[in-house]
Design a protein around this ligand. Structure first.
Ligand code: GLC
Length: 423
C-alpha cells in the first residue's frame, strides 16, 4: 500500500497497490503465519514532525517490516471521522492507530481494535492514570503513548508588575482578567471554545472542577444535571457575557488560542503544555514573560481533563505481531524522550518527569505531572462521538448566550440520556 500526500495538509490520495493478495482475498504473506510484515501507522497530523526520524530508525532495523506513516487531518474530530469510516468499511488501511484517549471505549466496543496482552507492555512504568484510558471493560485495548493535561498559562510579567500571584480560584481569575487585562489592552481569558472536541474538553473541565460529572458507569448513567455542572458552565458563559472572555474565543481551537496568547493579546490561556513551549520559543514576543500553573477551580485548583493518545492495533491488521512490536518501540524510554524533546508532547513514562536534565529544559514538567496525576478522564462511553457532539452543541449555545446554564444542563441531561437509550 502506498500513500501519496497531495496538495496541502489533510488531503490524502490513497493508491492501493494490490500486491500481497491472492485471488481468494487471503493475504499471501499470512502463509508465513508469524504476523510479521509491513504495517501502516495512522495518526492525526498535528505535531508529528518528530515521528519521521523515529520511524526511519525502525525501518532501518526492520527492513522486512517497514512502517508507513499515514497523516490524517489536524482536528481530532476529522481524524476520528476518517479512522471510523475506514474501520467501519472494513478496508483495513490502518494497522496501528494513534487514537485520542477519549476514543478507546468506542473503538473497542465496535470491535475495531484488538485486545492486547498486558504483560507485553511496561504498564507499571507509566504515569498511573494513563493506563485506565487504554482499558475498556477490564481489558487492555491500547497502550498509552502521549499524555496531556490542561494548564493555565499566564503573563507573569504583567501579574508581577501588579504585585499579583497567578489565580488559584475562578473568582481570582475573573477579577484579574477583568481588571488587569484591560489596563494593558489585552483580552482576559480564553480556552478552546469552537464547537469541536476541544470545547468538550473545556466544558468537562469546568464541570469536573466544580465537583460535577457528566456520565458514569461507562456511559450508561447520565449525571450531568447538578448544581456543580450549572456552576461550571455558568463560569464560562459569564466570561463571554461580561467580556473577560473575548467573543473571538468562540472560534478558537488550540492553535488559534495559542497564537492569541503568543502574540501578546491574552492575559490568561487554558491550553495543553505544547502551547507553553511554543510561546517560549525564540520567535515569540512573550518568551520569558510567561508562567504555567494548574487550572483554577471554584475554591482552589480545578481538575484538568486527561488528554493524550493511545496506540491500538486494528482488529484487521494483517501483521499484528509487527504492529505490537512497533507499539513497544514507540513507548520505549528512548522514543518517549523524543516525544518530549522533539515533539513537545508529554510522555507517558513516569521516570522522564524526574529527570533533572529534562526538568531544567521544560520548567512546566513538575506542574504538568501534578496535573496529569489529578486529571480526570472524559466520560467513558461506547458512543463517545455522539456524547461529544451533544456537549459541543449545547455548550456553544450556552457560551453564545442562547441558553442559560440551567437550560443548558437540562438539555445535556435530556440529549445524553437519548444517546444512551438509542443503543
Ligand atoms: C489534545 C489532547 C486530546 C484532545 C484534543 C482536543 O490533542 O491530547 O486528548 O482530545 O486536544 O482538541
Amino acid at each position: 500500500m502506498r500513500w501519496i500526500r497531495a496538495a496541502g495538509r489533510g488531503l490524502l490520495v490513497a493508491v492501493v497497490v494490490l500486491t500481497g493478495h491472492v485471488a481468494s482475498g487471503v493475504p499471501a504473506d499470512s502463509a508465513r503465519g508469524d504476523g510479521r510484515g509491513p504495517v501502516t501507522l495512522a495518526t492525526g497530523g498535528d505535531l508529528t514532525g518528530y515521528l519521521g526520524p523515529l520511524l526511519d530508525d525502525w525501518n532501518r532495523t526492520h527492513p522486512d517490516e517497514p512502517v508507513t506513516l499515514v497523516e490524517l487531518p489536524d482536528s481530532p474530530d476529522e481524524t476520528h471521522e476518517q479512522m471510523a469510516t475506514d474501520l467501519r468499511s472494513g478496508t483495513g488501511r490502518f494497522d496501528v492507530l494513534n487514537i485520542d484517549v477519549a476514543w478507546t471505549s468506542e473503538f473497542a466496543a465496535a470491535g475495531w481494535i484488538a485486545p492486547l496482552e498486558r504483560d507485553r507492555f511496561p504498564l507499571d512504568s507509566f504515569l498511573p492514570p494513563v493506563v485506565d484510558t487504554a482499558t475498556y471493560r477490564g481489558s487492555l485495548y491500547a497502550v498509552p503513548y502521549v499524555t496531556n493535561a490542561g494548564m493555565l498559562l499566564y503573563r507573569k510579567d504583567l501579574l508581577d508588575r501588579e504585585g499579583e500571584r497567578p489565580p488559584r480560584t475562578w473568582a481570582e481569575l475573573e477579577r484579574q482578567a477583568s481588571t488587569i487585562a484591560p489596563k494593558y489592552g489585552l483580552d482576559g481569558y480564553a480556552g478552546q471554545f469552537l464547537p469541536y472536541e476541544g470545547l468538550t474538553v473545556n466544558a468537562v473541565e469546568a464541570v469536573h472542577s466544580a465537583g460535577g460529572t457528566v456520565l458514569e458507569a461507562e456511559g450508561e448513567r447520565v449525571t450531568v444535571d447538578s448544581a456543580a455542572a450549572r456552576e461550571g458552565i455558568g463560569f464560562l458563559a459569564r466570561g463571554v457575557r461580561d467580556g473577560w472572555i473575548p467573543e473571538a474565543a468562540l472560534t478558537y481551537k488550540e492553535e488559534e488560542s495559542r497564537q492569541a496568547f503568543q502574540d501578546g493579546r491574552l492575559l490568561f490561556l487554558r491550553n495543553w503544555p505544547y502551547a507553553y513551549v511554543g510561546a517560549s520559543g525564540p520567535d515569540s514576543p512573550v518568551a520569558g514573560k510567561i508562567g504555567a500553573v494548574s487550572l483554577p477551580g471554584p475554591d482552589g485548583p480545578g481538575t484538568s481533563v486527561l488528554g493524550g493518545s493511545n496506540l491500538a492495533v486494528s482488529a484487521r491488521a494483517q501483521h499484528p505481531e509487527t504492529a505490537t512490536e512497533l507499539i513497544t518501540y514507540l513507548t520505549s524510554e528512548r522514543a518517549q524522550r523524543q516525544v518530549l524533546t522533539q515533539g513537545a508532547l508529554p510522555p507517558v513514562r513516569a521516570a522522564l518527569y524526574e529527570d533533572p536534565e529534562l526538568a531544567a529544559r521544560f520548567p512546566y514538567l513538575r506542574t504538568l505531572r501534578a496535573s496529569v496525576l489529578t486529571a480526570a478522564p472524559r466520560p467513558k462511553s461506547p458512543h463517545y462521538d455522539q456524547v461529544s457532539l451533544v456537549v459541543q452543541a449545547v455548550l456553544h449555545d450556552a457560551l453564545a448566550g442562547r441558553l442559560t446554564p440551567r437550560a443548558a444542563v437540562r438539555r445535556l441531561d435530556r440529549e445524553l440520556a437519548a444517546v444512551a437509550r438509542r443503543h
